[in-house]
Design a protein around this ligand. Structure first.
Ligand SMILES: C[S@@+](CC[C@H](N)C(=O)[O-])C[C@H]1O[C@@H](n2cnc3c(N)ncnc32)[C@H](O)[C@@H]1O
Length: 570
C-alpha cells in the first residue's frame, strides 16, 4: 500500500512506463522511488508539504526523561521562551515516559504508549533503568505495533513492509551488523516477544529500515530531538546539492524549498553535512548504500563553486553579506591549494583529536595543530572550505565562555557569519545561519556591558577591537541582527523553534528601551524595505560597517593566539 502523501508531492517509480511529468528523476539511477513536486515552488523557503502523522517519533535515549514523549519538545525549550514551563509529568504506570500536558499523554497512549508501557515496567524491573537506547525502543515499538494482536497498529506493519532497507548491504557490513544484532536482541526481549530466529530477523530488518529512512539526529538546529520516520517523507532521495530541506515543528516534519522547484521536478534533501569534502561525504553516505551522482560529486565542486551557481544568491540582499558580487565571484585564490590537498588536509585534521577534558592548554595545542593544517586554505582565503570554518567555530565556541577570550570571540563569530556561512549555506533562512546571527547578538550584549562599565580595555588588548566597539552603537547592531534573525527564522523554521522564540523575545525587549526610538524606527523601516535610502544608509553605516570591521580582526586574532603573533595591535 503506497504511503498517504500530503498535497504538493507525489511518488515517482523509476520503472513507471508512463510518467505524467516530463521532468523526472534520472532513469539510469538506482533510486527506485523518488518524490516529485506536483506544483511549482518558485520561492525558496516555501513549505512544500507537511508530514504530521509519523510512523515513529521518539526522543533519543535518556532524553525521554527530559523531553515530552509525544510532541518531542525538550524541557529547556519550553523554558525561558515565555511559555511558563511546567515540569514534565511522568506516566504513573511506567514512570519512564514524560509529557508536557495531559493531551500529549493521551495522544501518546493512543499512538503507541499503550503498547510499550508494560515494556518500561519490565526494563525497570530487569535492568533497573528508566529508559532504553533509541534504536532499541524504536524497533520494540514497531514490533509491538505490528504484532497480530495489535489491530490498531497494522498500518505500521504494512508501511514498514514497503520501506527500502538495504538489508543485504547491511548484512555485508560487519561492524553495523554486530550492532544491529545486539539492538535487535534487546528489543525482542524487552518487547516481551519470543526470541525466535524469525522475530530476531524481523527486528534486524526493522533496524535496517529505520537506519535508511529515519531522521536520526539530536539536532538543536532543527529543534528536533530523537528519531522521526514518516513513510511519505521517506521517499525523498539525497543530493549533495539539494533543492529542499526538512525542519520539525513538534511531531510534524516540514519539507521546505531551499531553491526554486519546478512542477514535476524531483525533490531532494541532503542526508548528511553536504559541505564536507567529497570523500568525507561519501563516507557519511556509506550507511545509505548508493553512489551519489549529484553535480557536486560528479564534478567535485567545492562550496564556492556550488555557491556561485546557486539561484538563492539574491536572497542575501537582506543579510550580513549583501554584496552579491562577492557571492558570485568570491575573492579566493584556488592556485594556492588543490582539491586533492583539501581532501588530505581534511583527513589529517580529523586525526587531530579534540581532548576529552577542559584543559585550556590541551585545547589550545589541538587548535594550533588544526590551524596549521589549514594554512594552505588560509593562504587561498578559502575561509568557507571545511575544515577551516569548523576550526574557527570550535574556537569561537570556547572563547565565548572564556573569561580571558570572550571579547575575541566576537570577531570570530562576525567572520563566520560574513565570510563562511553565506558561501556554505547560500539561503539566509537556513537555521545554522540564523543561529550564527543570534550568537553575535548575545555576545554584543556582553561586550556592550563591558563598554558601558569601562571594563572593555581591561578585557582586550587589541586597540582596533576596543576602539570599534567603543565607537559602535551596539544596541542598534543587536536590533538589526535580531530583525534579520526573526525575518529569516520565520521563513525557514517553525514558530516554535527555540532560536526564533529567543530572537523575538530579545527584539521585544530592545524595542521597549526608551531613548532610542529614532534608531528603532529606522531599523524597522529597513526591515520592511531594505531599499529605503535613509534606512539602508543607517544599516550600512551603523551595523554592516562595524560588523565587517570586527570580522576583519578575526584572522589577526587567530594568528596571534594560534600562530604566536602579538595580540596588541592597532
Ligand atoms: C530514504 S530512502 C529514499 C527512497 C528510496 N529511493 C525508496 O525507493 O524507498 C533512502 C534510500 O534511497 C536510495 N537513494 C537515496 N538517494 C539516492 C540517490 N541520490 N541515488 C541513488 N539512490 C538513492 C538509497 O537506497 C537510500 O538508502
Amino acid at each position: 500500500m503506497p504511503p498517504q502523501l500530503p498535497p504538493g508531492v507525489r511518488i515517482h517509480h523509476a520503472d513507471d512506463p508512463h510518467p505524467t511529468s516530463t521532468i523526472t528523476a534520472n532513469p539510469n539511477s538506482k533510486k527506485h522511488r523518488s518524490l516529485l513536486a506536483t506544483t511549482p515552488f518558485p520561492m525558496p523557503g516555501t513549505t512544500i508539504a507537511t508530514f504530521p502523522n509519523p510512523l515513529l517519533a521518539l526522543p533519543s535515549g535518556a532524553t525521554m526523561r527530559t523531553t515530552c514523549n509525544y510532541c518531542l519538545r525538550p524541557q529547556q525549550a519550553t523554558k525561558g521562551a515565555g511559555a511558563g514551563a511546567a515540569p514534565l509529568k511522568a506516566c504513573t504506570a511506567c514512570q519512564a515516559a514524560v509529557y508536557c500536558n495531559p493531551d500529549c499523554q493521551r495522544a501518546h497512549w493512543r499512538a503507541v504508549h499503550k503498547a510499550e508501557c508494560a515494556m518500561f515496567v519490565r526494563v525497570r524491573e530487569q535492568a533497573g533503568k528508566g529508559w532504553l537506547p533509541t534504536p532499541v525502543r524504536a524497533v520494540a515499538q514497531v514490533l509491538m505495533l505490528s504484532s497480530d494482536n495489535n489491530k490498531k497498529g497494522n498500518g505500521v506493519r504494512e508501511a514498514f513492509e514497503e520501506l527500502e532497507g538495504n538489508v543485504e548491504g547491511f548484512r555485508r557490513d560487519g561492524s553495523v551488523r554486530r550492532d544491529f544484532e545486539l539492538q535487535a536482541a534487546a528489543a525482542v526481549v524487552y518487547a516481551g516477544l519470543l526470541d525466535t530466529e524469525e522475530t530476531l530477523e524481523k527486528a534486524r530488518e526493522v533496524l535496517c529500515k529505520i537506519q535508511t529512512n529515519a531522521f536520526n539526529r539530536l539536532d538543536a538546529d532543527t529543534g528536533m530531538e530523537g528519531i522521526f520516520l514518516d513513510a511519505g517523507l521517506a521517499m525523498v532521495n539525497h543530493s549533495c546539492v539539494p533543492n529542499a530541506f526538512v525542519g520539525f515543528d513538534k511531531r510534524t516534519a516540514v519539507l521546505r524549498a531551499e531553491r526554486p522547484i519546478r512542477e514535476g521536478e524531483e525533490i531532494t534533501i541532503s542526508y548528511i553535512d553536504n559541505t564536507l569534502p567529497k570523500s568525507a561525504r561519501h563516507e557519511a553516505l556509506r550507511l545509505y548504500h548508493f553512489q551519489c551522482d549529484c553535480p557536486r560529486c560528479k564534478d567535485d565542486l567545492d562550496v564556492y563553486e556550488v555557491c556561485q551557481a546557486s539561484p538563492a544568491i539574491p536572497l542575501n540582499s537582506f543579510s550580513l553579506q549583501p554584496d552579491l558580487s562577492k557571492l558570485r565571484s568570491p575573492p579566493i585564490d584556488r592556485s594556492k591549494v588543490s582539491k586533492a590537498e583539501i581532501e588530505a588536509i581534511y583527513k589529517k585534521w580529523q586525526t587531530v583529536a579534540r581532548p576529552d577534558g577542559d584543559d585550556e592548554v590541551e585545547h589550545l595545542k589541538v587548535a594550533q595543530a588544526r590551524w596549521e593544517l589549514c594554512r594552505p586554505l588560509v593562504e587561498a582565503k578559502m575561509w568557507a572550505v571545511d575544515p577551516l570554518p569548523a576550526t574557527i567555530h570550535e574556537l569561537a565556541t570556547r572563547w565565548q565562555t572564556s573569561y580571558k577570550m570572550v571579547v575575541y570571540a566576537l570577531p570570530l563569530l562576525c567572520f563566520l557569519s560574513t565570510e563562511c556561512d553565506p558561501f556554505t549555506l547560500v539561503a539566509p533562512f537556513m537555521p545554522w545561519r540564523i543561529k550564527g546571527i543570534l550568537a553575535i547578538t548575545k555576545l554584543l550584549a556582553v561586550t556592550g556591558e563591558f563598554t558601558a562599565s569601562g571594563e572593555l580595555a581591561t578585557r582586550c588588548t587589541h586597540e582596533g577591537l576596543v576602539g570599534t566597539l567603543a565607537m559602535a552603537d551596539q544596541v542598534s547592531m543587536c536590533e538589526a541582527l535580531l530583525r534579520l534573525a526573526v525575518h529569516h527564522g520565520s521563513i525557514g523554521a517553525a514558530e516554535d523553534w527555540g532560536v526564533l522564540k529567543e530572537a523575538k523575545a530579545m527584539l521585544e525587549d530592545l524595542e521597549s528601551l526608551v531613548g532610542r526610538e529614532q534608531e528603532s524606527n529606522l531599523l524597522r523601516a529597513w526591515a520592511k524595505d531594505p531599499e529605503d535610502p535613509e534606512a539602508a544608509a543607517f544599516f550600512e553605516d551603523q551595523v554592516l560597517r562595524p560588523i565587517n570591521t570586527l570580522s576583519s580582526f578575526a584572522v589577526e586574532a587567530l594568528e596571534a593566539m594560534l600562530g604566536g603573533n602579538s595580540l596588541v595591535k592597532k
